[in-house]
Design a protein around this ligand. Structure first.
Ligand code: PLP
Length: 439
């Protein structure tokens, strides 16, 4: 394991009774959610203590390589540049007056505009990805674009507007009615989108991910985003790229948009913008898309929008990604991991591996049978690696490793992945030919 990125172990004798797994399990069951308590038990009941770089230590001194974290940790945990800027801000001015001018928001917006596609110049900050989605739904309405179009199996969050776009029955069902006038078309099929937009009389608002993360790392055909942009232009639709998961280097480019040279009306950023330290998301829009927010600064606000502490984190994250060449690192390391881990999965599971795919450090392993991805996740945790399940695909194990992994971290990942696949494959008995995904 990399010595430089090692978090410290808990104090000798443990951190105290309040942190014992039994005590915490009870608090989870009685004060948080029973379901979440069960999930924690399923993954071994380990209790997080400290994180640093790619590693997390538990209260019992176990070290875990974090290749999950919902895709937040491109920089790993507690990146020194982010921590320094956030600490300075914490001790100087963590929350703004919102009456005087506050420099951190302006500087963070400027830093973000520098790295997004040309033409996107105006920024609205929020805290979560879903909040950014809500913002853009409202922004589109100010342009008369009230007919929402999202993609099959797409994921955009779980607040009411965002959930209306997220295409997953079990997430939507308990909360209906959702927003009206929402339609879904197949991801990757620009023709289907074009035909639908032709029926919406110039009132469409299209929300699409460049690569679908939670759907199980689905890559569209080359040229898809360009075709989506053209269809939107042709039919007068508002074009939103949701890069909450894919943005800021995750795909080995600053944004998924860059690969095809498209500029949407609005681009959504989240997750990695936090630097893994303070939650923050953003809508970056063209001046024309943004115009109504220009006119009335109170039209769309929230208490913690642009809070200086989060702005320091965002600026730190962008600076660190730039200074350390992490976009390129994501591309190169991602290609290596995809090949090596893909070979390992196929070696052990053979035909049960339906597909291994990815771009940059967003990697998906799709299996032919439900259950393999989930069991592999548990097996990986037991061997010291955290991965992700995919919220809209029970067949796909997803890895979102940090770009700061060093050679010894990578070696550890290879060994743990090989061991986990070997153990899981030896227990695996094919039961059927699989089934449709995203149940
Ligand atoms: C593409 C995409 N959009 C939006 C969201 C919602 O972000 P949040 O969970 O921060 O609300 C996610 C979360 O995974 C996402 O992957």
């Amino acid at each position: 394991m990399s010595v430089t990125s090692a978090p410290s172990a808990p104090p000798a004798g443990g951190p105290g009774p309040a942190y014992e797994r039994g005590t915490l399990g009870k608090l989870y069951r009685t004060r948080l959610s029973k379901g979440r308590a069960v999930l924690g038990e399923m993954f071994g009941g380990h209790v997080e203590w400290e994180s640093k770089g790619a590693w997390v230590t538990t209260t019992e001194g176990k070290r875990v390589l974090n290749c999950g974290g919902y895709g937040v940790l491109l920089l790993g945990a507690r990146h020194p540049t982010v921590v320094r800027l956030v600490e300075e801000q914490l001790h100087r001015n963590p929350v703004a007056t919102r009456v005087l001018l506050e420099p951190q928001a302006a500087l963070a917006a400027d830093a973000l505009v520098e790295v997004v596609p040309p033409g996107l110049e105006r920024v609205h900050f929020a805290s979560s990805g879903a909040e950014a989605v809500e913002t853009v739904i409202k922004m589109a309405r100010t342009k008369g674009k009230d007919q929402l179009v999202a993609m099959h199996a797409g994921y955009h969050g779980k607040s009411m507007g965002a959930l209306s776009l997220t295409d997953k029955e079990v997430f939507q069902a308990p909360f209906r009615p959702l927003l009206p006038d929402v339609r879904h078309v197949p991801f990757g099929d620009a023709g289907a989108l074009d035909r639908l937009l032709a029926t919406l009389a110039g009132r469409g608002c299209v929300v699409v991910e460049p690569v679908q993360g939670e759907a199980g790392v689905i890559l569209p055909p080359d040229g898809y985003l360009r075709a989506v942009a053209e269809a939107c232009r042709r039919h007068g639709a508002f074009f939103v790229l949701d890069e909450v998961q894919t943005g800021l280097g995750r795909l080995g480019t600053w944004f998924g948009a860059d690969r095809e040279g498209v500029t949407p009306d609005a681009l959504l950023v989240g997750k990695g913008l936090s630097g893994g330290v303070v939650p923050v998301s953003a809508v970056v829009a063209t001046p024309s898309a943004f115009s109504v927010f220009d006119r009335d600064p109170y039209l769309h606000t929230s208490t913690f929008s642009g809070v200086p502490l989060a702005m320091a984190a965002a600026r730190g994250a962008i600076t660190a990604i730039k200074d350390e060449g992490l976009v390129e690192r994501s591309r190169e390391l991602g290609a290596e991991l995809l090949t090596t881990l893909g070979d390992t999965a196929r070696e052990h599971f053979g035909e049960a591996v339906r597909e291994v795919r990815g771009r940059g450090l967003l990697l998906g392993f799709e299996f032919a049978e439900p259950g393999i991805a989930g069991d592999l996740l548990i097996e990986l945790v037991a061997r010291g690696v955290i991965a992700n399940h995919s919220l809209n695909s029970h067949l796909t194990l997803r890895l979102t490793p940090p770009a700061i992994l060093d050679r010894s971290d990578v070696a550890f990942l290879y060994e743990a992945f090989d061991g986990a696949c070997r153990a899981q494959a030896s227990r695996y008995v094919p039961t059927s030919k699989g089934g449709p995904d995203h149940a």
